[in-house]
Design a protein around this ligand. Structure first.
Ligand code: SAM
Length: 276
C-alpha cells in the first residue's frame, strides 16, 4: 500500500482570513487533522465549513501520537498537522512527527502561511537581511544568561517570542545588556489591537506596563558587529565608548576590550592610563 502524506498546514495567527486557498483545500481533503488543541482548531474548521476527524497532538502526548500518526500514514491515510496559531513546529509541536516521517520515508509537505515572527520582522523597521530567531528565552537561569549573552553581541536583528505576563521581566533582563539599541514590540498581529511599539529599552519598559495580548520582542543588531569584524579599523576609544554607553564600569570595560582583542588587560589598562 502506498503511504499517505503528512501536510504541515499553517493557520491564522489571529485574523481567520489569513489562510491560503490551498490550506483550506488540504484541510477539506485529508482523512485526519492532527491539532494542538482540537477545540481551538474546531473554531477555524467551523468558520470554513470543514467537518473532519480530529486527533490531538500536543507537547504532552507527542511520543504516543507520533506512533499512531505514523501507523495511519503507513496505512495510506493523509494527515494535516496544525497548531493553535501560525506555522506548526515553530515554537509549537510538530518536529517529532516530522522527523519520524522523514526516517520512515513518508512524504512531508509544507503548506505555507502565517508565521508570527516573520510578520513582526517585516514591519519592525529593523534590518531584515539577517536575523536571529530565538523563540522563547529559556527559564533556566544558566541557559537564559547564555542566550542573553548571545543577544548582547548578536550580529543580526534578534527576535523573541514572549508571553504577555512575562514581558516586563524579559525587558528588564534585556535592559542590562543591549544598551541603547532600538527595541520593537509587535503586539496582537492581525487582530483588532495590532500595534508596533518602538523605542529604547527604558521607554518600552514604561510603555508596556499592563500590556495585554500576544507579543514579539525585536532587538536591533549590535553595533559591536562592525567592531568585531574590523578591530584594526576601530580605535580603542570607540571600543571603550561602545561599552561605556551600555553602562559598564571602567574596570569591566577594560576586561571586555582585552577579551575582544585577545590582548592582556594590562596592555589596555596602560593605554588608558597613559591617555589620562
Ligand atoms: N507557531 C507560531 C508561529 O508560527 O509564529 C508561534 C506559536 S508560539 C507558541 C506563540 C507565540 O507566538 C506567542 O507567545 C507570541 O510571542 C507569538 N505570536 C503568536 N501569534 C501572535 C500574534 N498574533 N501577535 C503577536 N505575537 C504572536
Amino acid at each position: 500500500m502506498e503511504y499517505g502524506t503528512l501536510y504541515i498546514v499553517a493557520t491564522p495567527i489571529g485574523n481567520l482570513e489569513d489562510i491560503t486557498y490551498r490550506a483550506v483545500r488540504i484541510l477539506q481533503s485529508v482523512d485526519v487533522i492532527a491539532a494542538e488543541d482540537t477545540r481551538h482548531t474546531l473554531k477555524l474548521l467551523n468558520h470554513y465549513d470543514i467537518s473532519k476527524h480530529l486527533i490531538s497532538y500536543h507537547r504532552h502526548n507527542e511520543d504516543v501520537r507520533t506512533q499512531e500518526l505514523i501507523e495511519l500514514l503507513k496505512n495510506g491515510k493523509n494527515i494535516a498537522l496544525v497548531s493553535d496559531a501560525g506555522t506548526p513546529a515553530i515554537c509549537d509541536p510538530g518536529e517529532k512527527v516530522i522527523c519520524e516521517c522523514l526516517k520512515e520515508d513518508i512524504h512531508v509537505v509544507p503548506i505555507p502561511g502565517a508565521c508570527a515572527f516573520v510578520n513582526a520582522l517585516i514591519c519592525s523597521g529593523l534590518d531584515t537581511d539577517v536575523f536571529l530567531f530565538l523563540g522563547f528565552l529559556p527559564l533556566n537561569k544558566k541557559n537564559r544568561r547564555q542566550k542573553l549573552e548571545e543577544i548582547q553581541n548578536s550580529l543580526q536583528t534578534t527576535i523573541l517570542y514572549e508571553a504577555p505576563h512575562k514581558l516586563q521581566a524579559t525587558l528588564m533582563d534585556l535592559k542590562g545588556i543591549i544598551g541603547d539599541r532600538k527595541v520593537v514590540i509587535a503586539r496582537e498581529l492581525t487582530k483588532i489591537h495590532e500595534e508596533f511599539i518602538s523605542g529604547s529599552i527604558d521607554e518600552l519598559i514604561e510603555k508596556s506596563i499592563g500590556i495585554k495580548g500576544e507579543c514579539i520582542i525585536l532587538i536591533e543588531k549590535s553595533e559591536l558587529k562592525k567592531m568585531q569584524q574590523n578591530f584594526e579599523e576601530i580605535s580603542l576609544k570607540e571600543h571603550f565608548d561602545y561599552y561605556e554607553k551600555q553602562g559598564f564600569e571602567k574596570k569591566e570595560i577594560i576586561k571586555k576590550i582585552a577579551k575582544d582583542r585577545n590582548v592582556s588587560k594590562n596592555e589596555i589598562y596602560k593605554y588608558f592610563c597613559d591617555k589620562n
